[in-house]
Design a protein around this ligand. Structure first.
Ligand SMILES: Cc1ncc(COP(=O)(O)O)c(C=O)c1O
Length: 344
C-alpha cells in the first residue's frame, strides 16, 4: 500500500550523499574539541550565519535549552510567544531545568509578537519582579502556518531590545525555510539576534542535530551548558558529516517543498468541509481546520490513515501537513485525491 506521510518534516531521511559522508567522516573526541568534522560544521555554520562561533547539539530542543542556560540566570524572565515551540512543546525545560520564568504573549497570525505587547511586558526594575532578560522569537513559526519573520521586523525588535538592554534568541529550527521564502540570506535574518539555533534534521534532511550560533563568549557558556544537560557527544563527526551536506546541498531546494505546500493548500481550499487560507502558506507547513462535525480532527486523521495518507491532528479541529525532501509533486496529488475521496 502506498503511504504518504505528511505529519512532519522531521521524517526526512538522509540523502545518499549524507550516508557516504557519514561513512567516511574523520572523527575524534568532540568533548575534547578534537572531532575535525564537528569543528568543520561549527565553523561553516558560524560563517554562514555571520556569527563568531557555533556549537553542534543533539536536537532543536537542546539548542533552545542550552541557549537559554547560556543567556539567563535562574529567576530571569524570558518573553516569548504562547504558541512558540519553546513554550508549548519543550516540556517547560526553561523552568524545569534552567529555573527561568516565562512571560508569554499572543503570537500573531504571522508568528510575530506585537512590539507594543513586548514593550508592555518588559518589567520595571522593582524588587517584586523577575528581571526581563531575553526575547525569544521563532522563525519560521511552526504553529503559525510556518510563517517567516522578515528582516524589518527583526530590526524593530532589536531596537526595542536595545532600549531595554534585553537579548534576543531566535529558535530558527526552520531558519533556512524562512530565508528561501523571503529571498534573503539566512545571516540577514539573524543579524539582529544575539543567538540562533537552527535544525539540520528537519527540511535539511540530516538524520540528527541542530547548531547554535552566537558570539564567542556565548558559545563558551553554551558549551558548558551542553555538557550539563548530557549533550557532550564523542565521535559525533559521523553525524555532523550529514549536517555539512545539509548546509551545503539542501538549503536552496527548500523552495520545492514550499511550492508543494502551496499546491496542497490551494487544493485543500477547493474541497468542501475544510477551512484554510492558502495565502498564509509561505513555507512548508500547512495548517487547516475541519468544519465537519462527523469528521473532527481525530476521525479525519484515522480515515485518511486507512487510505495511506498520514497527517497530524494539532488541536480541536486543527490539522497539519508538512512537505519535505522525500515528498514529491505526485505525493501531493495523491494527498489531494485521498482528501477528496473522504470528504465527498
Ligand atoms: C520551531 C521548532 N523549534 C524547535 C523544535 C525542536 O526540535 P527537536 O525535535 O529536534 O528537538 C521543533 C521541532 O519540531 C520546532 O518545530
Amino acid at each position: 500500500m502506498r503511504i504518504v506521510d505528511l505529519r512532519s518534516d522531521t521524517l526526512t531521511r538522509p540523502t545518499p550523499a549524507m550516508r557516504r559522508a557519514m561513512a567516511e567522516a574523520e572523527v575524534g573526541d568532540d568533548v575534547f574539541g578534537e572531532d575535525p568534522t564537528v569543528n568543520r560544521l561549527e565553523e561553516m555554520a558560524a560563517k554562514r550565519l555571520g556569527k563568531e562561533a557555533a556549537l553542534y547539539v543533539a536536537s532543536g530542543t537542546m539548542g533552545n535549552l542550552v541557549s537559554l542556560l547560556a543567556h539567563c540566570n535562574r529567576g530571569d524572565e524570558i518573553i516569548l510567544g504562547d504558541k512558540s515551540h519553546t513554550f508549548y512543546s519543550e516540556q517547560g525545560g526553561s523552568a524545569a531545568i534552567a529555573g527561568i520564568h516565562s512571560r508569554t504573549l499572543p503570537n500573531q497570525l504571522d508568528g510575530k509578537l506585537a512590539l507594543k505587547d513586548i514593550e508592555a511586558a518588559i518589567r520595571p526594575d522593582d524588587i517584586h519582579h523577575p528581571r526581563s532578560h531575553l526575547i525569544v522569537l521563532e522563525n519560521t513559526h511552526n504553529r503559525k502556518n510556518g510563517s517567516p519573520l522578515d528582516v524589518a521586523y527583526m530590526r524593530s525588535v532589536r531596537e526595542l531590545a536595545d532600549q531595554y538592554k534585553l537579548k534576543i534568541h531566535v529558535d530558527g529550527a526552520r531558519l533556512f525555510n524562512a530565508a528561501v521564502a523571503l529571498g534573503v540570506e539566512a545571516r540577514n535574518l539573524v543579524a539582529d539576534a544575539d543567538s540562533v539555533s537552527f535544525c539540520l534534521s528537519k527540511g535539511l534532511a540530516a538524520p540528527v542535530g541542530s547548531v547554535i550560533c552566537g558570539s564567542g563568549d556565548f558559545i563558551v557558556k553554551a558549551r558548558r551548558a551542553r555538557k550539563l544537560v548530557g549533550g557532550g557527544m564523542r565521535q559525533a563527526g559521523v553525524l555532523a558529516a550529514a549536517g555539512i551536506v545539509a548546509l551545503t546541498e539542501m538549503t536552496d531546494r527548500l523552495s520545492e517543498d514550499h511550492a508543494n505546500a502551496r499546491k496542497l493548500a490551494e487544493g485543500l481550499a477547493a474541497l468542501p468541509g475544510l477551512s484554510i487560507d492558502p495565502a498564509m502558506i509561505k513555507t512548508n507547513i500547512v495548517y487547516f481546520e475541519t468544519n465537519r462535525e462527523d469528521l473532527l480532527e481525530a476521525e479525519l486523521v484515522r480515515r485518511l490513515d486507512k487510505q495511506g495518507l498520514k497527517i497530524a491532528a494539532m488541536g480541536p479541529r486543527l490539522l497539519r501537513a508538512v512537505t519535505y525532501y522525500q515528498i514529491s509533486d505526485d505525493d501531493i496529488e495523491f494527498a489531494l485525491q485521498t482528501f477528496s475521496k473522504i470528504l465527498k
